[in-house]
Design a protein around this ligand. Sequence first.
Ligand code: BYC
Length: 482
Amino acid sequence: MNLMNVDYSTKIPNNVGLTEDRQVLKALEGWHPGYLDWWNDMGPEGFQESLVYLRTAVSVDPKGWAKFDYVRMPEYRWGVLLAPQDPDRKVNFGQHLGEKAWQEVPGEYRAMLRRLVVIQGDTEPASVEQQRHLGKTAPSLYDMRNLFQVNVEEGRHLWAMVYLLQKYFGRDGREEADDLLRRRSGDADSPRMLGAFNEATPDWLSFFMFTYFTDRDGKMQLESLAQSGFDPLSRTCRFMLTEEAHHMFVGETGVGRVLQRTCEAMKAAGIEDPNQIEKVRALGVIDLPTVQKKMNLHYSLSLDLFGSEVSTNAANFYNAGLKGRFMETKIEDDHRLTNDTYPVAKLIDGRITMVDEPALTALNMRLRDDYTEDCAKGVERWNKVIEKTGVNFRLELPHTAFHRQIGEFKGIEATPKGVIVNGAEWSRQRDNYLPSKSDGDFIESLMTPVSEPGKYASWISPPRVGIDNKPGDFEYVKIENA
Ligand code: BYC
């Protein structure tokens, strides 16, 4: 079989030779009905019968891996796709540096590796659950289609992790695969594993912030797992990253279009001061300070996804060769880190201080720093959008000590500028830092659906170009086609 192209002859499209791997094929086919039940229960509410113009992966060739067509989402071909194998690939870091990459799970690392795969897998369906109500308030068919594209691909990423569990982890892998369909985002008894994936995504600005900030954590974590010495995990994550890029595009352009629309409306109405919130809101657009507050929320929630700044788990993952650094093979050092240090922001005598820590235990901090740098670039592009309209306002990432539930700063209250304040003061200012109930109510009041092709809600600009170069009035979702 040509591993570049996908075998569609089995129920589960794949490029991993499932036809010859009867046991795994059977296990996956056994899991499939439960997945469909989950998709029907927890996937996009109200649009399961609509025809959606979606891309489906048909190859892992970077030059042409997807095809676009109208599909009903439950009929989407969720497949198992791994980037092509390099027979000479080595373990590129940690104590096994230079050994041949593993094609099977090394017994001593089984539990660690399973945990990494399960945590990654758990986030994928969680995000679909968080976004399930948004179709009903989509600001356009274009945006609705993008939401559903993100959703079906997160579904495929769940398949990717379930394949690894079923193929490489035997019976406990199968149990974990079932549990991935059992947990639910925000459920009191059986929540998703990581904090940010139990938060609500109540409106479209949250969705754009989520795909910008939280999907970008996904990118960083997948990049680190793509370095793994366990080759099947590496190959899986490499292909997932191809799809992930579109998710962050949806977030970046989504927020950019909100800013564009707000600033243009302010200019047209002659409003110079972005803090004249009621006047701006009266134009049917989202005021800039509220966009900043949404950003404060989603960035800080996403920072928590990197775990503690100083972590022996992270050191163990690295030493074992299971999870590397962002761009590991491009970094010039010994790739063992046993004698290196890395500066970590810590709380010492009530002050935020940079302290050199052993580089191995500081790996979460390092990845988080790489993430912050990546986030900041897009924020600058958003500021350019504002600047070009002539409105005087700048968005700014809050300090990493702000609003944290995990790690060094979880026990303190810091302002977005990183000033430590007491709890009472923070509570008094809370609604200036994070979206308040009334901010949420206002945004919700704007969330009226627009479903005429080529038309957009009052609070968002049209995109510059269509998906798959389609014209402006293209019908991305045929809602009534049930
Ligand atoms: N919430 O040493 P620590 C994505 C736990 S997103 C709850 O500080 P570690 C996507 C931790 O499990 C990417 N618990 O951290 C995006 C540990 O528990 P145990 C998903 C948390 O282990 C959008 C304890 O605290 N992939 O793909 O070094 C849409 C101490 O842990 C949290 C991954 O995350 C939290 N936020 O690092 C769709 C990659 N943080 O062991 C998809 C795989 C920590 O004591 N995961 N804990 O019971 C990992 O690499 C690591 O598990 C983490 C944590 C980076 C998450």
